[in-house]
Write a protein that binds this ligand. Structure first.
Ligand SMILES: C[S@@+](CC[C@H](N)C(=O)[O-])C[C@H]1O[C@@H](n2cnc3c(N)ncnc32)[C@H](O)[C@@H]1O
Ligand SMILES: [Zn+2]
Length: 386
């Protein structure tokens, strides 16, 4: 029996979705999954598609087709969308969504197991200009095949909702799932994104495929990464050169990134646990960020525009950050607002910016002592002004 559906509008698209998904706190995964809270996530997909202009888009784990149908309807120049799911109830809803938006000419709905579908593209010409992987949990089982089904220059995007694993709560699971150490630190979200991008580079490496990240974002519950797929052994070799480790020393609080996995902090000699292997290279492509932000602005999607534009400039800083609250509590002073702190750092001659992947954190070229000084100074100055 096909489930009863309710009609909602997301972006410019009419979507038929299971009614319970609109009021239940945690959306049911069965019989048909839809998460209204993932609107921003889908808005950004539409914006990146508009900015990168794929002719073909694969919505690999489509459920109701919300993402694929929105891309077909909203991303501009006609894009052909293929939606794949192994759940027939979901696919019947996806087919209705295609029809409700008059997209039968440009959208196809395929009943298949995802990897089986992807590998059916292997050594064939029918590869995609964009592939999206939006699983329950980890994208790891799909990435090698998703890269293989991507054309040279394609955009591969993927979601990871196994946030606790990627943020160091279950290090043994991170190790077996991503082949990477994920210790706790003050910048676990950025590290999670870098582990995901690094994992994509390693999966591409198996088939001589390179990746170049275009954008990434993180919320409380999930991570999203967008990479450009670059085919060929040379591109793949170049990607591998960006792999390395990031370390936070829990003794002297200094942090460092580099190719080698150190055992001890080079500054204080304390034993450390580096995170990685992970992606140390750039996470963003400025043109894609600019064009996607412009698209979001044009649609009036303020939260999505803000999310994307907050990434600009991130790559000018090292692959880690400092938590303002941790620094304040280490020094026994009250925490300070970010703007005031950024100003103090700037007048002390340091470059710094808001960390887009963590709350109340700063990316800066200042070392930990200078950062702590700035937090203390700002805190005292604000206390005096009160
Ligand atoms: C998180 S939902 C996708 C949500 C959708 N992209 C959206 O934006 O609304 C994951 C979907 O993957 C499907 N799925 C899970 N494992 C699969 C597999 N191995 N092959 C095909 N579909 C699969 C599930 O049936 C489910 O519909
Ligand atoms: Zn140290």
């Amino acid at each position: 029996m096909p489930p009863k559906l309710k009609s909602v509008v997301e972006g410019k698209t009419r979507l038929l979705v299971p009614p319970a998904s609109l009021w239940s706190k945690v959306p049911e995964t069965y019989p048909v999954f839809f998460n209204p809270a993932a609107r921003l996530n889908r808005d950004i997909s539409v914006a990146v598609a508009a900015a990168t202009g794929p002719a073909t888009f694969l919505d690999l784990l489509s459920a109701t087709g919300a993402r694929g149908v929105r891309v077909a309807r909203e991303a501009g120049d006609p894009v052909r969308v293929t939606m794949v799911d192994f759940n027939r109830a979901s696919l019947s809803v996806a087919a209705k969504n295609v029809k409700a938006n008059h997209l039968e000419e440009r959208c196809e709905v395929v009943h298949s197991e995802a990897n089986r579908y992807l590998y059916s593209r292997f050594e064939r010409e029918e590869k995609f200009d964009a592939v999206d992987v939006d699983p329950f949990g980890t994208p790891a089982p799909y990435l090698q095949a998703a890269l293989v089904a991507s054309k040279d220059g394609a955009v591969l995007s993927f979601t990871a909702t196994d946030a606790a694993v990627l943020c160091g709560v279950y290090p043994e699971v991170a190790l077996r799932r991503y082949g990477a150490a994920a210790p706790r630190s003050e910048f676990v979200h950025e590290t999670a994104i870098r582990i995901l991008a690094g994992f994509a580079a390693r999966m591409g490496g198996i088939n001589d495929i390179g990746v170049a990240p275009l954008a990434a974002h993180s919320t409380l519950h999930y991570f999203r990464v967008y990479v450009r797929v670059v085919r060929g052994a040379r591109a793949s070799d170049e990607s591998q050169r960006y792999l390395g480790y990031v370390t936070q020393c829990n003794g002297c609080q200094s942090r460092f990134g580099g190719e080698v996995q150190v055992q001890r902090c080079p500054r204080c000699g304390k034993k450390v646990r580096p995170a990685g292997p992970l992606w140390l290279g750039p996470l963003c492509d400025d043109k894609v960020l600019k064009d996607s932000t412009q698209f979001c602005d044009g649609e009036g999607w303020r939260d999505s525009a803000e999310m994307v534009s907050s990434l600009r400039g991130t790559d000018e800083f090292p692959p880690f950050s400092y938590s303002v609250e941790r620094s304040a509590s280490r020094q026994g002073v009250s925490s300070v607002p970010l703007d005031a702190l950024l100003e103090t750092l700037s007048s002390a001659g340091y470059r710094s910016t808001r960390q887009p992947f963590e709350s109340l954190s700063v990316k800066t070229d200042a070392a930990v002592e200078a950062f702590d000084d700035a937090v203390r100074e700002t805190s005292r100055a604000l206390a005096k002004a009160d």
